[in-house]
Design a protein around this ligand. Structure first.
Ligand code: PEP
Ligand code: MG
Length: 749
């Protein structure tokens, strides 16, 4: 028996290459029986209703029994393993008192029995069994091997199990499936799954013979012109919705399209008798390879642009797109590995109801644009095979980071209702814009907004934001192709500061690292969240920091509403160093004859050490802003982006609530204004407790402001104080959330 990790890896790869669920499961049992040198290997999965265990695939038992052997959850040996979630290793299975006999399986010759549970994220998915003829238990080594392989396969099998496609009586044509990804832009989107990129696959384009040099040249040249026109039109179509810096990304595509390397490369091949198709594909792959081999991460990333442009040209030449795309009115959910801004521009923004990327994170370009346009989006849905589900109805739940393919009618109805309710509720809140966020017993909360895009600025003002509590300056850095210059930053910051003046604007210095990587300054770390992040990165890259601080101070001059906010502070010397940079920058600017004013300086409390050192930090700072996303991550040791532990990430964890009360108390003691700007500020349940704790400044996404304002206006702080007392007595977040949800329901949410 081979036990190496390499063997496991091969098995996993083999499965992921299988064409469908049945094939994947067949591959598993066949390969395992070979590896373990046993005549029988069988896989039982829980039925989607979770009430039965069904034989889903077997090597060695009668094939005809697949789908037919069904056991209750505690029936037979397999049911016992499911119920106890423990392996069972027996010398003589038929003599066991739980043994259930199924004549159609033809398992009479087999005595030796080993079964292990398949468990994914604490949920039982099924049971994996091997059987042999000997009358002795399997070796410890065999048992350990099967347990290991079961844990390796559990995630894949859990996806198969949930799909229900493997049950023979089910029709696989309209598969109801759910996929998880990273929450990127909130809201619910319903539409037809559509993909531009799957119309043409650059790596799979067939070799075609040319129809003559003239014909092929003409075909290529007219495609070149048409794609160029489309790009220009696309840019003008979305420029009203997006800031200039994003629209300018179109020019990158335009430059690629017009580059002599592309054009001459293609024409050379055509001259040699190749088809325009083949020539575009070959030239693009060659060019992309050159880019992708470059050391400079910026140049590396351009390989993707060349591929995108080639796909556009091939699509244009094939004229396949128009016939398969839904008409202009059909609501669509646009899906792709990565979706470029040029892809988005093929549609009117009202037609795109949602965006799904199989790669990317919450801070990828597509995600930033989706947020700016208010389109629900989910990133990193790596298990989704887009081609397979094209043209099927999809629900995109941007609030939970979920994609639901072919939802059952009742579920679809529920989501439509949810969407309608949200729209109706949002409309009804418009009147609140100029009303204060004050509880019924007079506790006033200042509602600020979180932003980072210019396009985001007006929604904040339209929704009644009383300032910017968090300007994520890394976003302008992410959408550039290089570090933006002082002048470029100045222009962007000034526009934001002017738009909000006299309301306060807290601009955070660059907070990259962790999951936020600049495409042109990539670095790999074993533990990125505990590494070169936020202020640690900027202090080590002083030139970058000085440029940014200078741009901010210049932009703030004359308005007096700029505040500078420092992310990821964990030590006092970091604040002192930042203060020095600010003082030096001011001195330099004054020497250059530029007028300046001294901005207020604040720190983000995200790292527990900052909370514990607050007394000593207080003399150096003017205000504090709590980044509850990171504070929760670092307090609970739960990676905020890891779906495997996402159920453990909850702002209502008693330890987080305790920390927040300590911070609030210390801030009062030192007279430090404090706000909270993590996602917690837009979670209605959390807001109830924040009010009780005395937090009177919350910063949240613009479109969440009306709902939170409405909630605050429904409440009495006195009642919230009682809830906080109960929350402080609770043992875990589930208990607290349940109690708060009851209150929200009573309030009408
Ligand atoms: C936070 O950590 O809560 C926060 C607001 O910062 P970011 O989400 O940008 O890390
Ligand atoms: Mg943070």
């Amino acid at each position: 028996m081979q036990h190496s990790l390499a063997t496991l890896t091969t098995l996993v790869q083999e499965i992921s290459g299988a064409e469908n669920a049945m094939q994947a499961m067949k591959a598993i049992v066949a390969r395992l029986s070979l590896l373990m040198e046993v005549p029988v290997c069988s896989l039982y999965l829980k039925s989607p209703s979770r009430s039965k265990l069904i034989l889903a695939a077997t090597q060695g038992l009668a094939e005809s029994s697949v789908g037919k052997i069904r056991l209750a959850l505690d029936e037979g040996l397999v049911g016992t393993i499911a119920a106890t979630k423990h392996p069972l290793n027996l010398a003589d299975a038929p003599t066991h008192d739980k043994f259930a006999f199924f004549p159609q399986a033809h398992e009479e010759p087999y005595h030796q029995f080993l079964g292990v549970p398949l468990i994914h994220l604490r949920q039982l998915t099924g049971v994996l069994v091997v059987q042999g003829k000997a009358k002795k238990p399997f070796s410890q080594e065999a048992e350990a091997f099967l347990v290991t392989i079961a844990s390796q396969l559990a995630a894949t099998l859990s996806n198969i199990q949930k799909s229900g496609e493997w049950i023979p009586s089910r029709k696989p044509r309209n598969p109801y499936k759910r996929f998880n990804g990273v929450i990127s832009s909130s809201g619910v989107g319903i539409g037809t799954l559509t993909s531009i990129q799957t119309q043409v696959n650059l790596d799979k384009e067939p070799v075609k013979k040319g129809e003559g040099i003239n014909e092929e040249t003409l075909r290529f040249m007219s495609a070149l012109e048409k794609v160029g026109d489309d790009l220009d039109r696309g840019a003008s179509r979305i420029e009203k919705d997006l800031p200039e810096d994003i629209v300018s990304l179109f020019s990158v595509y335009r430059m690629m399209l017009d580059s002599p390397e592309l054009k001459e490369g293609v024409l050379d091949w055509i001259q040699q008798g190749r088809s325009a198709h083949w020539s575009v594909r070959q030239t693009a792959l060659d060019l992309a390879a050159v880019f992708e081999q470059a050391d400079d991460p910026y140049m590396k990333a351009r390989g993707e642009d060349v591929r995108n442009i080639a796909i556009k040209l091939l699509t244009q030449m094939a004229k396949r797109v128009k016939s398969t795309l839904p008409d202009k009115k059909t609501p669509i959910i646009l899906a792709g590995h990565l979706i470029s801004i040029a892809d988005l521009s093929e549609y009117s923004t009202s037609q795109i109801q949602g965006i799904i990327c199989t790669s990317g994170s919450a801070l990828s370009h597509t995600s930033i644009v989706a947020n700016a346009l208010g389109i629900p989006a989910v990133m990193g849905v790596s298990d989704l095979d887009i081609d397979r589900y094209l043209q099927l109805p999809v629900v995109l739940d941007g609030n939970r980071g979920e994609v639901i393919i072919s939802p059952p009618a009742a579920m679809l109805k529920e989501y439509r209702q949810l969407q309608r309710n949200e729209q109706k509720f949002t409309k009804s809140l418009a009147d609140l814009k100029d009303q204060p966020a004050v509880t019924q017993d007079g506790f006033h909360v200042t509602l600020l907004t979180n932003t980072g895009l210019l396009a985001d600025v007006s929604p904040g003002l339209l929704n009644g934001a009383e300032g910017i509590g968090l300007y994520r300056s890394e976003i302008p850095f992410l959408i550039h192709d290089n570090f933006p210059t002082e002048e470029e930053q100045y222009q962007v910051y000034k526009e934001v500061i002017d738009a909000y003046s006299p309301r306060p604007v807290a601009m955070r210095t660059l907070d990259i690292g962790g999951d936020k990587q600049l495409p042109y300054f990539e670095f790999k770390e074993e533990n990125p969240y505990l590494g070169w992040r936020g202020v640690r990165f900027t202090l080590d890259n002083t030139a970058l920091l000085v440029t940014q601080i200078r741009a901010m101070i210049r932009a703030g001059h004359g308005r007096e509403n700029l505040q500078i906010l420092i992310p990821m502070v964990s030590r006092i010397d970091e604040i002192k160093s930042i203060k020095e940079v600010i003082e030096q920058s001011i001195a330099e600017l004054q020497k250059e004859g530029k007028q300046t004013s001294i901005p207020k300086l604040g720190i983000m409390i995200e790292v527990p050490s900052a909370m514990l050192l607050l007394d000593k930090m207080a003399p150096y700072i003017d205000f504090v802003s709590i980044g509850s996303n990171d504070l929760t991550q670092y307090l609970l040791a739960v990676d905020r982006n890891n779906p495997k532990v996402s159920r453990l990430f909850d702002n209502l964890h008693p330890a987080v609530l305790s920390a927040l009360q300590i911070i609030r108390e210390k801030c009062s003691q030192f007279n430090l204004p404090v706000s909270l700007c993590g996602e917690m500020a837009s979670d209605p349940a959390s807001v109830l407790l924040l009010i009780a704790m005395g937090y009177d400044r919350l910063s949240l996404s613009a479109h969440r402001i009306p709902k939170i304002k409405w909630l605050i206006r429904q409440t009495k702080r006195e009642d919230m104080l009682r809830l906080l007392q109960k929350a402080n007595e609770a043992e875990d977040e589930a208990e607290i959330r349940k109690m708060l949800n009851r209150k929200l329901k009573a309030l009408g949410l």
